[in-house]
Design a protein around this ligand. Structure first.
Ligand code: FAD
Length: 319
């Protein structure tokens, strides 16, 4: 059976494999038999091998060396290029994080292949689906040169377990001087939150300019916590200092595709839609019945968020 290489994306500080990796292993099965590639600091693979096998990894290629951890993307692209040359896979699938996209681009240049970023689906014949122009166009594309490389948008595929052999195979790592051009000097550990990670959450509650202040974002957090959701924000909200920039959803923020997206006090500008319109169910709470977000929403509540959101939170918490 054709082999498909899947780059494993890991949580920082030994936090295990990310859901995006399980999604990539699931999507890769449309093309052949997935093999996971772990390129990380020594001792990483042992803790995640079983999880990779449970989602169909027939082989787990282990490329562990301090350099690959210290230099982020460039060595990972080198190791993947080496594996593509040795194993001649049918395709390479990489989670579509900023790091994943850079690795994919570098890999594509190294092996002379075409690559497709932010795909939401991969068909058995290699055709990929992408959402373009802030979601107004659905594009189907195929790589026509070399080994196809795809980066898979988070939350577009539901991870499905499938037993794989998970046979471990060591890969020798030799990082070129060229790949050591930029070194990680420090890692700032993100503030620990009990909420799920924004791009991986199955429910997201986002607040916009209508929330009106940083203090008032506590009502967004209250609804999010009652639903076990992540908190997001529009650009207007983060630019106004209501919520940190890292939570911005949209064209210049994060792309989310949860089962449920609740947009509170958000008008629904095209740049915001670009980051959330592939959500499975969208609920909008807005006091303006003409707000464009209602064109997109599956359910809408016309009302003042200061009344509607606390009432909804109370009802949910009472269950
Ligand atoms: P507004 O458009 O001001 O809407 C606020 C909404 O709140 C209104 O609909 C109003 O009716 C409602 N409201 C007010 N008070 C209440 C209340 N008490 N109860 C209920 N509803 C209330 N935006 C993003 O979000 N993400 C991006 O990544 C992004 N990237 C951009 C990139 C570029 C290049 C550009 C030019 C713009 C970008 N924007 C982005 C900005 C975007 O165009 C909008 O300006 C922004 O999304 C508006 O945010 P908002 O909906 O929170 O604010």
């Amino acid at each position: 059976m054709a082999e498909v290489l899947v780059l494993a994306e890991l949580n920082p500080a030994g936090g295990g494999v990310r859901k995006t990796t399980l999604e990539a292993l699931t999507a890769a099965r449309a093309l052949g038999e997935p093999s996971a590639v772990v390129i990380a600091a020594p001792g990483t693979a042992a803790g995640i091998k079983d999880a990779l096998a449970e989602y169909g990894a027939a082989t787990v290629y282990v490329a562990e060396a301090p350099e690959v951890d210290e230099f982020l993307v460039a060595p990972k692209a080198e190791v993947l290029a080496q594996l593509v040359q040795e194993k001649s896979p049918t395709a390479v699938v990489i989670p579509s994080s900023p790091e994943g996209k850079e690795i994919a681009a570098r890999l594509a240049i190294k092996i002379g292949s075409g690559f497709l970023t932010d795909v939401t689906e991969i068909a058995a014949d290699g055709t990929a689906t992408q959402v373009a122009f802030a979601g107004s166009v659905i594009v189907h594309s195929k790589v026509t040169a070399g080994t196809p490389i795809y980066t898979l948008r988070g939350n577009s595929v539901t991870p499905e377990p499938a037993a794989g052999a998970g046979a471990e195979q060591a890969v020798s790592v030799s990082v070129s001087d060229a790949a050591k051009g930029a070194k990680v000097t420090d890692r700032v550990v993100e503030q620990k939150s009990s909420r799920p990670e924004l791009t991986e959450a199955s429910i997201v509650v986002s607040g916009g300019r209508g929330v009106a202040s940083a203090e008032n974002f506590s009502i967004i957090e209250g609804l999010a916590d009652s639903l076990g959701a992540a908190v997001g924000a529009s650009r207007a909200a983060v630019d106004s200092g209501f919520y940190p920039h890292t939570f911005q959803v949209g064209q210049t923020g994060k792309t989310v595709s949860p089962n449920l997206y609740v947009a509170v006090g958000i008008s629904g500008a095209i740049q915001h839609r670009a980051g959330m319109q592939t959500s499975k169910t969208i609920v909008a709470i807005n006091k303006d019945p003409e707000a464009p977000i209602f064109e997109l929403a599956d359910f809408g509540v016309i009302g003042d968020l200061n009344t509607v959101v606390p009432a909804a939170t109370e009802q949910i918490n009472a269950r």
